[in-house]
Design a protein around this ligand. Structure first.
Ligand SMILES: Cc1ncc(COP(=O)(O)O)c(C=O)c1O
Length: 366
């Protein structure tokens, strides 16, 4: 790695920067995944993850990216022909729906405009109309920077439906409190490389007893992503197949430091960092894509003035200021720049990133 790469202000939606302690942990010698030290490490990781998900239930670590986790949730919950209600207000909500369709589910896509949260009234009306086997939802839609209000959505769903509730928390896990058990969420899908400030490599699924039972009765199954196979191993402090051992070691260190400072402190840091980003954007008169009241603690999508391309702005910010931020996804590819403020970061780094984007916008407009 060059000195310049080392000094980058990495503001991607993921992977996010690693703290020195986490970097050290990922550089340690690899250990056997059936050895006692690994079993102890995995046990600590799962114990620390449970309060992050807000669950006393099972946490299953699959070696895959977040998309693998979404697929695991689908293949363990629905069979071809089952009805799925997919809630989407952005790129990742639609990806979840596509995965369900690919698996042969009959998917009703309930869309709300990008930049807005899920419309609860619309959702309730749809649930009164039709019975579903599963409902998919993206908690933080990282393509727009919207964080949904799970505390309202969870009970509204449960009043109408006993469908399995599958929630993509990839973009929100460890950035805000999550009470999975209280909200009757059946599967929550997270990753290591975002709010948990660890390298990419694992998708972490918190799974209710109901979801485990359902998975055991399905006629079609996945071999690799089988919840029950993984749970059988996790009960013995192991995993079904060779896990990303180094990522588990890094995650252990990251969780240790998050818990040392306290989870509430970690969430507060995210709220403060998000507020710093929003304030800086307002000072520079840059628009924020997510509607007020639903802005994610993890990421902000900044709306560019008409005619200014995201790729031009990002290139300038990288060259002139060493800031690497994300472009838009899908139809927003060239109209927004996304600045992540999650994981191991600080207010000055976030301020620096927004200033760099503003400078790049000014240069492009000149
Ligand atoms: C909300 C959300 N879901 C799913 C994914 C897919 O995760 P991965 O790229 O790890 O497959 C992402 C990635 O950024 C995401 O932000």
């Amino acid at each position: 790695m060059t000195a310049r790469e080392e000094a980058l202000n990495l503001r991607l939606s993921g992977p996010t920067p690693l703290s020195p302690a986490v970097r050290m942990a990922s550089a340690t010698q690899v250990i056997g995944h059936r050895s006692e030290p690994f079993r102890e490490m995995l046990e600590r990781v799962i114990d620390w993850l449970q309060p992050v998900f807000g669950t006393k239930s099972h946490v299953l670590p699959f070696t895959a990216s977040g998309t693998g986790g979404l697929e695991a949730a689908i293949v363990n919950s629905v069979c071809p022909g089952d009805r799925v209600l997919a809630l989407s207000s952005g790129y990742f909500g639609s990806r979840f729906a596509d995965i369900a369709s690919t698996h042969g589910a009959r998917v009703d896509l309930l869309e709300t405009p990008w930049g807005s949260p899920v419309d609860i009234d619309l959702l309730v009306r749809q649930l009164r109309r039709r019975r579903y086997t599963a409902i998919t939802l993206t908690d933080c839609e990282t393509s727009t920077g919207v964080k949904n209000d799970l505390v309202s959505i969870g009970p509204s769903i449960r009043e109408q439906s006993d469908a399995l509730l599958l929630v993509d928390v990839v973009g929100s896990l460890a950035t805000a409190p999550l009470k999975m058990d209280d909200l009757s969420i059946d599967v929550a899908i997270g990753v290591t490389q975002k709010g948990l400030m660890s390298p990419p490599g694992l998708t972490l699924l918190a799974v209710s007893d109901r979801a485990i039972t359902r998975a055991a009765t399905l006629a079609t199954r996945s071999y690799y992503f089988d919840f029950n196979r993984m749970l059988g191993e996790v009960r013995h402090r192991s995993t079904s197949f060779t896990p990303a051992v180094t990522v588990v070691a890094a995650l252990e260190k990251a969780l240790e430091s998050i818990h040392e400072g306290g989870l509430m402190d970690w969430y507060q840091r995210h709220a403060t960092n998000a507020a710093t980003c929003h304030r800086a954007a307002e000072e520079h008169k840059l628009g924020i894509a997510a509607v007020a009241g639903y802005r994610a603690p993890s990421i902000t999508a900044l709306v560019l003035p008409d005619g200014i391309k995201s790729s031009t702005v990002r290139e300038h910010a990288l060259k002139q200021s060493g800031v690497l931020c994300s472009g838009g996804r899908g139809p927003w590819k060239e109209t927004v720049v996304r600045i992540a403020h999650l994981g191991h970061t600080s207010q000055p780094l976030i301020r620096h990133a927004v200033d760099a984007v503003a400078e790049a916008v000014a240069a492009a407009a000149a």
